[in-house]
Design a protein. Structure first.
Length: 57
């Protein structure tokens, strides 16, 4: 599961936004996750949907 920083002016942003990748075995289910924050700007990270979660994917 990937979480990314939505802040366009995040200090970590170069070409790509900050991304936190959690291995599948690191969480029990997707409905009960803690809020994750960017270590660079403090914004709430946004979960990137997988292809199977997006319409038409």
């Amino acid at each position: 599961m990937d979480f990314y920083c939505p802040e366009k002016n995040c200090p970590s942003s170069g070409i790509e936004p900050y991304v936190l990748r959690l291995a599948d075995e690191a969480y029990m289910d997707e409905q009960n996750l803690a809020t994750v924050f960017c270590p660079h700007c403090g914004r709430t990270l946004v979960r990137k949907k997988t292809d199977s979660e997006t319409p038409g994917g």
